[in-house]
Design a protein around this ligand. Structure first.
Ligand SMILES: Cc1ncc(COP(=O)(O)O)c(C=O)c1O
Length: 401
């Protein structure tokens, strides 16, 4: 039964969790199975191989962990680092802040490089810290690829270039929770040591699986890292990988079949087409925001995010009221402003299994709500700007040509 039922589909435009494709829901609608039967290891083998394609790695080792993005963070940190290790971490919004809080609570020596919310990571500060660190006291660089609270995407290839330029051996740990499988992400090419995501974001699955990928260098580091870890210990996974049974503890059978279906859909569309589709969704949203005469929280084009747009509202309007009305009146779910930007921005999530016409529905809804709260928007202005761009840029659906 539905609590607070509303007719039609909920327009779910929070930046995760996102709508689950019908094909995935059908694939998950099944009974439990014995995970020690030959069928589950055979399925798992295909998942581990195929998830590497999403991370663009051939040398990485993936772990599918019953957890969320937060647990994936902990897995990345505790397997590779020791208490007291110096790490550089960029604070640019609520999720990087939460990761830093976890790093501090795990007793790492966190060198926080802070930016104004809406700006990207200060890579010039990273350059000077790397240059000064000839003794290699910095053990890891931690960066959130796409800060979901502000809609800021950092340039990871620049981080790699700096590490190479200063011949610095620090591990490169990346939160790709709201980027992987939606925004260009290249684990091997960018020399990322640990990359991670969560199932409820661009993979369009239910929440509950943290996906972590470790480079050979990260696996080597895990042999000497002294942080306490039990549930998240990669060693336990690797032991069962070597046995060919794969699971140190009970996996969610339904999520595994769901992941299989989700990956099949992504490969059918083509990963590059998925990324292109997100480019279009991001661009169309930004054009609408501009047409409404509102500002994007993201301060520079180089940081524009293709998975989430945080829209700044005029100071006399509380953005939480926009989010409340969207849900109450239009069955539209938008993202709240978080922490420093609470009440100041609302967020439109445009990631996962989502097409352009669905986005236009959301943009039409936002226009009506803006009018409801007294902002003088011309109805249709954002939709017109977005659809003019989309009409010129949406390709034919390959399977229907
Ligand atoms: C960039 C980023 N990192 C980490 C997290 C935390 O993930 P979870 O809520 O699945 O623990 C989120 C959640 O939205 C996120 O957006």
């Amino acid at each position: 039964m539905d609590y607070m039922y509303a007719p039609g589909k909920n327009h779910l435009f929070v930046p995760g969790p996102v709508h689950i494709p019908d094909q995935v829901i059908r694939a998950m609608n099944r009974n439990n199975e014995d995970y020690r039967s030959p069928a589950v290891p055979a399925l798992t083998k295909t998942l581990l191989e195929d998830i590497k394609k999403i991370f663009k790695t051939t040398s990485g080792t993936p772990f599918l962990i019953p957890t969320t993005g937060t647990g994936a963070w902990e897995s990345a940190l505790t397997n590779t680092l020791s208490p007291g290790d110096r790490i550089i971490s960029f604070l640019i919004g609520q999720f990087s802040l939460l990761w830093i809080d976890q790093q501090q609570r795990l007793n790492f020596n966190v060198d926080v490089v802070e930016s104004d919310w809406g700006e990207g990571a200060k890579l010039d500060v990273l350059a000077s810290k790397l240059a000064a660190d000839t003794a290699h006291t910095i053990k890891a660089i931690c960066i959130v690829h796409n800060e979901t609270a502000t809609g800021v995407t950092n340039n990871l290839s620049k981080v790699r270039k700096l590490l190479d330029e200063y011949r610095h051996p620090a591990l490169f740990l990346v939160d790709g929770v709201s980027s992987i499988c939606a925004i260009d992400f290249r684990m091997d090419e960018w020399g990322i040591d640990v990359a991670l995501t969560g199932s409820q974001k661009a993979l369009s699955l239910p929440t509950g699986m943290g996906i972590v990928c470790a480079s050979p260098k990260a696996l080597e580091a895990s042999k000497t890292a002294k942080s306490v870890r039990v549930f998240f210990d990669w060693k336990d996974y690797i032991k069962f990988y070597n046995l060919g049974t794969f699971w140190p503890y009970t996996p969610s059978i339904q999520l595994l079949y769901g992941l299989r279906a989700a990956l099949d859909l992504i490969f059918e569309e083509g990963l590059e087409n998925v990324i292109e589709r997100h480019r279009r969704l991001g661009k169309a949203t930004r054009l609408a925001v501009e047409a409404w005469g509102l500002k994007n929280c993201t301060q520079k084009e180089e940081w524009f995010s293709d998975t989430v747009t945080a829209v700044i509202v005029p100071s006399h309007i509380n953005s939480s009221e926009i989010v409340r009305r969207a849900w109450q009146r239009y069955n539209l779910s938008l993202g709240l402003g978080l922490n420093k930007v609470a009440g100041k921005v609302f967020r439109i999530g445009h990631l996962g299994h989502l097409n352009e016409l669905q986005l236009l529905g959301c943009l039409a809804g936002v226009e009506m709500i803006l009018k409801d709260v007294g902002y003088p928007v011309k109805l249709g202005s954002g939709v017109a700007a977005a659809s003019a761009y989309l009409q010129n840029n949406i390709p034919m659906i390959p399977s229907r040509i």
